[in-house]
Design a protein around this ligand. Sequence first.
Ligand code: FAD
Length: 386
Amino acid sequence: MDIVLSHENEMILETVRAFMEKEIYPHEEEVDRLGYVPKELGQQIEQQSIEAGLYSANLPESVGGGGLDYTNMAVVEREYGKTSHALHSWIGRPTELLMACQGDQIERYLTPCVQAKKRELFALTEPEAGSDVMAMKTNAKRDGDDWILNGSKHFISGPTMPDFAIVFAATGIDETPRGPRKRVSAFLVDVGTKGFDISEGNRCVSYRGYNNYQLFFSNVRLGPDQMLGEEGKGLELSGKWLGMGRIWVGATCAGKAERLYDLAVDWAANRKQFGKPIGQFQATGFKLADMAIGIKTADLLVMDAVAKADAGTLQDADAAMVKVYCSEMLNRVADDTVQIYGGMGLMEEMPIQRLWRDSRLERIWDGTSEIQRHIITRSILRPLGA
Ligand SMILES: Cc1cc2nc3c(=O)[nH]c(=O)nc-3n(C[C@H](O)[C@H](O)[C@H](O)COP(=O)(O)OP(=O)(O)OC[C@H]3O[C@@H](n4cnc5c(N)ncnc54)[C@H](O)[C@@H]3O)c2cc1C
């Protein structure tokens, strides 16, 4: 990482790097080949991360978390990005949405997640409502004090079968100056509740071994204490999470790009054709130069965004810019690294093809590049009334 870091940032970086070298990197190839993380391995990573103080490092000390600020978390996420989600997600970073837990919810959901006793899923996407979140069909209707939940979700991802899901559902319609708009609320729904079915979804070629689930709700009865946050404030909650999520995507992309860059530099310096290292051909050398510029720009964008998040001034467009730039930069770096390796870049024995496959997802999840560009455009034009 070629930017100025504080002493505290450096110490955290050393801890994470040592952890990754020992607990994560040795298992990458096997997990990609198997297509799943053996349960004992997942639990071992989980246990080691608790001992290293990395589990729940993102949550405040007041709830038992590590209390890292956003700047330090960016340093951590950048290192996580060098490997597969299938592995680093076992380290555990419970969603900050759980900070909205109130009363008994704290003991039932927040504290067990902080302590690695429970796992949650974030369930927003539906088969017919991907980018168009407001097309969601999942709904909850009042029945006395209770709610009755119906609908389905897909592409809901996590390292292992969860204990509960944070489910977003329409709980009514609001009239707004722009016309009728679904009122969306968030619910805490326990796996095992009558009418709630969860099963593994399609297999993804990015991050093999990182599971995604399909969720089905058929007349699931939920008590009033299962609503997370206020009724109708679900989108504000999800927006807050997605905003920071986009910055973590940016940080992980910078980390993965650096890993690919190191591999590309090594090959360009050592692979010889026409009697000299291929890096000496301008077509290869300029690729390396563009990679270095891209990674540095990505780091600066991420660090600017987390400084704003720490200062409480982060805007949606800041997070969107980080997501678009870093994920697209990573995809250029991944593709150029394959090109620099030639045929060897596509061989299963080399890590390049895996990192290339993993990179592709980053332009899609947490909101596609196109949707991020809409967010940025809106921030430019809306103040002008356009
Ligand atoms: C592996 C994986 C894990 C995931 N994990 C989760 C999770 O844990 N929780 C969760 O809720 N979701 C999750 N998602 C869902 C993810 O956020 C969505 O896939 C993503 O938001 C895109 O939705 P979609 O796939 O339905 O694509 P679509 O919305 O169908 O989009 C298809 C294409 O059309 C383009 N498009 C759509 N609308 C517009 C527009 N207005 N302007 C221009 N272009 C447009 C898109 O940019 C894209 O290129 C996950 C997805 C994957 C693949």
